[in-house]
Write a protein that binds this ligand. Structure first.
Ligand SMILES: *Cc1c(COP(=O)(O)O)cnc(C)c1O
Length: 381
């Protein structure tokens, strides 16, 4: 089976993890700060906070922005469920903004329209989470401008987009947002097995997220209440946090993985350009490439007629295709909360014909040719 995505692990990665296993610290040692530094540097961000998943990173990002009961979080339906779930973790209400038919990402026009209505109704969101679908940045210039106009905080869900850039600057520099979140799940660009990072330019937001990831407990006098301490051993719990820490094993893997970030993204771009050539005459719709963006190309989602049949034929031919995404609002859990088919027609239309074909660092040209040949057979041209 040629999978739709796969991690790339080098001998250096293996050695790095073994070295940590033989060291004094399996958690809370030097590797986590080193990994955070490598991500912050790659993103031109002042701060990076590493946690055990992107979902945790999204959660503490929402908490740092004070999202809570009575507030609204808006995201897109064309995403993994985590982008929406984190709003509920905070006790907030969640709604969605439909996507653009070309980019499959948050549509700035739909956002502007929904904001106008929400302003009149007094239901403006506190937090907006656009998603950089498939590794390309959403239209952050317009989204950021609207957020500023209405006084809304922005978290970029860049789970797909480490190594991408937008308007000539790296995704994660938070030029149009408060916080950017990356995932290091094995299917993403760079992996720590499980892991996430939140980047920000704001020292106060970083400090809050560091508290929330570890029980709300601190040993840093700057984060303490100022009450007299019992002694040099003292730590204080100053808020309610979680145990969302990343281990040293994961962080060490992340450090060696990050040294190959450019190589990883370049290879994905080479394979994508090759798909464009190989599929140029084939009746499928290829992913849109914005001129504002250098995509990290986490996914290669195409549009095909008879998706169900094509999917089954490709799977039978040993091609591990997948579908990204079933619109979040159509999941049973969200329908039970009042959403339904028809609510976000653009995301639903995209979903009907969507299929992600294999794209990952280790995909050989031969394997890619095999994917294309199987696709041609499956769509019967
Ligand atoms: C993978 C993913 C997440 C969750 O990442 P985890 O690290 O698995 O928690 C969130 N949002 C999007 C868009 C994703 O693709």
């Amino acid at each position: 089976m040629i999978p739709y995505g796969r991690q790339e692990i080098s001998d250096a990665d293996v050695e790095a993890v073994l070295t940590v296993l033989r060291s004094d610290f399996l958690t809370q040692g030097p590797s986590v700060p080193a990994f955070e530094k490598s991500v912050a540097t790659a993103c031109s961000a002042a701060h990076a906070v590493a946690v055990n998943s992107a979902t945790s990173a999204l959660h503490i990002a929402c908490m740092a922005l004070d999202l809570g009961p009575g507030d609204w979080l808006w995201t897109v339906p064309n995403t993994f469920v985590a982008s929406a779930n984190v709003g509920l973790y905070c006790g907030a209400d969640v709604s969605f903004v439909d996507v653009d038919p070309q980019t499959y990402m948050m549509c700035p026009d739909a956002l502007a329209e929904k904001l106008e209505i929400a302003e009149k109704a007094g239901t403006l969101p506190k937090v907006l989470i656009p998603v950089h679908f498939a590794g390309q940045s959403a239209a952050m210039d317009r989204i950021g401008a609207l957020a500023q106009q209405y006084g809304i905080r922005v978290i970029e869900d860049a789970s797909h987009a480490i190594g991408a850039s937008y308007l000539g600057a790296p995704v994660g520099n938070c030029a149009f947002s408060d916080i950017t979140v990356f995932s290091f799940h094995p299917v993403k660009i760079v992996t720590t097995a499980e892991g996430g990072v939140a980047t920000t330019q704001d020292a106060e937001l970083a400090r809050k997220m560091e508290l929330f990831r570890s029980h709300g407990v601190t040993r840093d006098p700057a984060s303490m209440t100022g009450e007299p301490l019992d002694g040099p051993w003292a730590y204080e719990q100053v808020t309610l946090g979680y145990n969302y820490r990343m281990t040293e094993l994961q962080a060490a893997l992340g450090v060696t993985q990050m040294t190959r970030l450019e190589e990883f993204v370049e290879r994905r771009n080479i394979l994508a350009r090759r798909y464009e050539t190989l599929l140029a005459q084939v009746p499928v719709t290829l992913p849109f490439q914005s001129r504002d963006s250098y995509s990290a190309l986490h996914l290669y989602p195409i549009q095909v007629a008879n998706r169900a049949e094509v999917f089954e034929r490709l799977r039978a031919a040993g091609i591990g295709v997948n579908v990204h995404y079933i619109p979040v609002h159509t999941q049973p859990f969200w329908r039970a909360r009042g959403f339904d088919w028809g609510d976000y027609p653009v995301a639903e239309n995209y979903y009907k014909n969507a299929i992600s074909i294999p794209l990952y660092f280790g995909l050989s040209f031969d394997e890619q040719d095999q994917v294309v040949a199987s696709l041609l057979e499956a769509i019967d041209v």
